[in-house]
Design a protein around this ligand. Structure first.
Ligand code: DSN
Length: 420
């Protein structure tokens, strides 16, 4: 299977070969990283257009460059589609990715030294939610909440206590390793009481929200921040959404506050992804992602795996491998050799270090995009079980056997966007 990139192959065969190798890797493996997906051919095509050639600093109708007749229409299309899909007054589709989008939120609502609050990274939050090594935890005073050790669920008593004691300017909810439904209403109540701007970072679950498989934060929060490339199945990019009252502050923070010209090829691909996400088939996809994750969680529990919070409500499962006596990193690397791509991850209250933690994080957005259903999840769990056991035993032959079985199943479910 070779990708049809003739110009690339002629100009730079070395690079073309690497792209081809990546296409094969994505086709042959079982990709379980919950923040990844397969975009459609249409999204890929939009990303690779002559829109790449333009500079468009400013916003539609208010640019600092001429020649924006088409770009203005493209960006407006993306904005209008985002507003319609998520039911918001305002959308800014220019942030380059999730971290810049969140930085723009800080720029809009806080000043250096102010207190900000978010979920601690090892509890399932994100670097940009005020964690120490991030600019957001350095330039601001980051206070962090977590989950309860006994349930693995967000500790709302702690959230409220911290918010009222510390009075943060901004509170972030959402994260990167949260397997359960986020109670945006509970966060909204606390933020109002504390007088904070509440931001829902829904990067992981934006597609589930768009497809009706997770409650929307929109009625409860001031700002919605999201990437566009995870469950939403668009290009690598991000959006900020809000009620009209915050529109100016957010726009000003993105440009000229933080960024220069928007990446128009990405804006176009975001528009395509939002169009796809508005179709009935995407609702089916979002619900199938959750059904698959629940079925996979059940199958893993039946095999004795320890899942943080005991299961999942969304697309993501966080596994604590301590009872299996295999560290997360060793398991992740072994599974990779078995053709199952996951990432090692801290679990709440992890006694191990982030670069060598106790857990692995898996999810179902990619396999669902390929058409795998609940009937396949027992097999996926069995492969994970065999892979982790082989990792513990140092059995490379067993990993290669799993890899061959995985590749055989994957061949029957061609991935969207990839050459067949
Ligand atoms: N890197 C993303 C993830 O994997 O969840 C979050 O930014």
């Amino acid at each position: 299977m070779t990708a049809p990139h003739p110009a690339l192959a002629a100009t730079d065969p070395e690079l073309a070969a690497l792209v081809g190798a990546e296409e094969r890797l994505q086709a042959e493996t079982l990709r379980l990283i919950p923040s990844e997906n397969y975009v459609s051919r249409a999204v890929l095509e939009a990303s690779g257009t002559v829109l790449q050639n333009k500079y468009s600093e400013g916003y539609p109708g208010r640019r600092y460059y001429e020649g924006q007749q088409n770009i203005d229409r493209i960006e407006t299309l993306a904005v209008e589609r985002a507003k319609a899909l998520f039911g918001v007054d305002h959308a800014n589709v220019q942030p380059y990715s999730g971290s810049p989008a969140n930085l723009a939120v800080y720029l809009a609502f806080a000043r250096p030294g102010d207190t900000v609050m978010g979920m601690a990274l090892p509890m399932g939050g994100h670097l940009t939610h005020g964690w120490g090594v991030s600019a957001t935890g350095t330039w601001f005073h980051g206070v962090q909440y977590g989950v309860r050790q006994d349930t693995g669920l967000i500790d709302f008593d702690q959230v409220r206590e911290l918010a009222l004691k510390e009075r943060p300017k901004v509170i972030f909810c959402g994260g990167t390793a949260l397997p359960r439904t986020i109670d945006f209403a509970a966060f909204g109540e606390i933020a109002r009481e504390a007088g904070a701007v509440l931001v829902a970072d829904v990067a992981h679950i934006a597609g589930l929200i768009a497809g009706g498989a997770h409650p929307s934060p929109v009625p409860h929060v001031d700002v919605v921040s999201t990437t566009t490339h995870k469950t939403l199945r668009g290009p690598r990019g991000a959006m900020l959404m809000s009620r009209e009252e915050h529109a100016k502050a957010l726009d000003k923070a993105v440009f000229p506050g933080l960024q220069g010209g928007p990446h128009n090829q990405t804006t176009a691909a975001v528009a395509v992804a939002l169009h796809e996400a508005a179709q009935p088939s995407f609702r089916h996809y979002a619900h199938a992602v959750v059904a698959n994750a629940k079925a996979l969680a059940e199958a893993l529990l039946a095999r004795g795996f320890d899942l943080v919070s005991g299961g999942t409500d969304n697309h993501l499962i966080l596994m604590d491998l301590t009872p299996k006596e295999v560290p997360g990193k060793i398991a992740a690397k072994a599974l990779d050799r078995a053709g199952i791509v996951v990432n090692y991850n801290t679990v709440p209250y992890d006694p191990r270090k982030p670069f060598d933690p106790s857990g692995i994080r898996i999810g179902t957005p990619s396999l669902t995009s390929r058409g795998l259903g609940t009937e396949h999840m027992a097999q996926v769990a069995a492969w994970i079980d065999r892979g982790v056991a082989a990792a513990g035993a140092g059995d490379e032959d067993a990993l290669l056997t799993v890899r061959a079985e995985v590749a055989e199943l994957m061949a029957a479910f061609p991935a969207p966007g990839l050459p067949v």
